[in-house]
Design a protein around this ligand. Structure first.
Ligand SMILES: Cc1cc2nc3c(=O)[nH]c(=O)nc-3n(C[C@H](O)[C@H](O)[C@H](O)COP(=O)(O)O)c2cc1C
Length: 213
């Protein structure tokens, strides 16, 4: 009889122990729910390497007496852009530039819209640029024909193009219209004329107002 009592007591102890440690799921106790790992703020915000980069800009210019070159340099310096000089295969002499002579090289070229003076060299890897500034002197109210040679040498699709010029007195006018019609898959912004002695502040005030990121 004593033995049976001992067995019953042992069985009750086993059952009560099982009730305490039993494998039933916790209900309604959030403290037992594993929290989702939170993303640290360092992971959410981009590291400096991931910051979106600004546009890659090229300033390409043609200049015989260095007026346009000065503006182009100020532009490239201020924007942190690459600079490329459009160099004619055959340099222009003073006689070539004589606009008082209808037989001079510049007069003959400007009287022939299909003239395409050859360029020496080329822009390396034009694909890398998002924005190309195109500078030239006004010749007879227009961009010199060598600028058409330049524009026709590259595919500017998807790029932003913006012309600038220097002149004795003429305004920018429609001096870039022949260039626009050639590269009509590019996004052209309004161009600007500068005097030969334009200041860096004036040049950059214009460039920074174009909305280029
Ligand atoms: C052939 C030729 C034609 C020109 N035609 C004009 C013109 O129509 N209007 C004007 O204001 N200046 C005219 N100019 C003056 C130039 O546009 C001006 O001197 C310009 O700043 C020169 O730029 P560069 O030094 O970069 O070559 C002409 C100059 C040359 C050589």
């Amino acid at each position: 009889m004593k033995k049976i009592g001992t067995i019953l007591l042992a069985a009750m102890m086993v059952l009560s122990l099982a009730a305490c440690t039993g494998g039933s799921e916790p209900t309604g106790n959030s403290a037992n729910i594993e929290p989702e790992p939170l993303q640290s703020s360092a992971e959410e915000s981009p590291t400096p390497d991931e910051e979106p980069e600004g546009s890659k800009i090229l300033v390409a210019y043609f200049s015989v007496t260095h007026n346009t070159e000065g503006v182009a340099q100020k532009l490239a310096d201020g924007l942190g852009a690459d600079l490329y000089e459009i160099t004619p295969e055959q340099p222009y002499t003073d006689e070539d530039l004589d606009y008082g002579n209808s037989g001079s090289r510049s007069s003959v070229e400007m009287n022939d819209p299909s003239a395409r003076p050859a360029i020496s060299g080329s822009v390396e890897n034009m694909e890398q640029y998002d924005v190309v500034f195109i500078g030239y002197p006004i010749w007879w109210g227009e961009a010199p024909r060598i600028m058409s040679t330049f524009i026709e040498s590259y595919d500017f699709s998807g790029k932003t193009l913006v012309a600038f010029c220097t002149s004795a007195s003429s305004s920018f006018g429609s001096s870039d219209s022949a260039l626009r019609s050639t590269a009509d898959h590019a996004a052209w912004l309004d161009g600007q004329r500068f005097p030969a002695d334009a200041s860096a502040d004036d040049v950059l005030a214009w460039a920074n107002g174009l909305g280029i990121q």
